[in-house]
Design a protein around this ligand. Structure first.
Ligand code: ADP
Ligand code: ADP
Length: 234
């Protein structure tokens, strides 16, 4: 069954006389283990959609169900708890903690969850080996490159094995070589750990790494490409 169900959601901003409909009756589902892309131009509703799916913002109408839980019915505390326990995030601007080392940045969520130190070491060791960032574990974020920072952010997002990882323009601050390495890393984590990833981007090259791309415009899905099928030519 689906890990994410989006049912007829709408999101309005503003109030009477000055209303923007940012999301317009949008529905789709995501299966476990998918690497799905949401693509659209600036102003199409990507950020709003991501915020509504990830408990950062509330929909105006409709339902979002993640892992069988109707998150649109949760109160504020419930949403925060759900986010902490079940979701991972990767942002355009990394958001690493500058006073902590790379190791500490990645280990933090596990420490908070009460995982013991030796187990944390094993987990961090394993994921940083996959992401080829083991050599920078003792460095601080300001001592490493943008590409390395984003792979640290990936490790941090995935180390707790979240139900669903949201990536918002993850290559937005990276040069083309670092972008390619990052996208190959996401692809590898998706395959090796079977992590479900939903990535939002305006960039076709970035979207091309996903298994399926939903195209949005004016808050609506207007097309879909599933990689490895040629239905669009039939
Ligand atoms: P994208 O991420 O694709 O650039 P957004 O989700 O940021 O698109 O915006 C979609 C539409 O909703 C735009 O018209 C934008 O101006 C509007 N919008 C987004 N956030 C707000 C907000 N907090 N208040 C008012 N309008 C908003
Ligand atoms: P992106 O770079 O993802 O397209 P935007 O620059 O559109 O994001 O928006 C950045 C932030 O500003 C988002 O949180 C969005 O909700 C908010 N925002 C966008 N448009 C408006 C608006 N017209 N009024 C108020 N906030 C907005």
């Amino acid at each position: 069954s689906s890990i994410l169900q989006v049912r007829n959601i709408e999101k309005y901003f503003g109030n009477k006389g000055n209303v923007t409909k940012a999301i317009d009756d949008l529905s789709f589902e995501v299966e476990p283990g998918e690497f799905i892309g949401i693509m659209g131009p600036s102003g199409s509703g990507k950020t709003t959609l991501l915020n509504c799916l990830s408990t950062i913002d509330r929909v105006t109408t409709g339902d979002v169900i993640i892992n069988g839980k109707k998150i649109t019915s949760l109160n504020r505390r419930g949403m925060e708890k759900f986010r902490r326990q079940e979701l991972g995030f990767i942002f355009q601007d990394f958001y690493l903690l500058d006073t902590l080392t790379v190791y500490e940045n990645i280990a933090l969520a596990l420490t908070i969850q009460g995982v013991n130190t030796s187990e944390i070491q094993l987990i961090v060791n394993d994921i940083t080996e996959k992401l080829e960032i083991k050599s920078v574990l003792s460095k601080f974020p300001y001592e490493i490159s943008g590409g390395q920072k984003q792979r640290v952010a990936c490790a941090r997002a995935m180390v707790t094995q979240p139900t669903l990882v949201f990536a918002d323009e993850p290559t937005g601050a990276l040069d083309s070589k670092s972008s390619r390495i990052l996208l190959e890393s996401l692809e590898k984590l998706n395959q090796d750990l079977n992590t479900t990833i939903l990535m939002v981007t305006h960039d076709a090259y970035t979207a091309s790494y996903t298994n399926r791309i939903l195209f949005i415009k004016d808050g609506k899905i207007f097309n879909e490409i599933v990689k490895g099928t040629d239905t669009q030519y039939e």
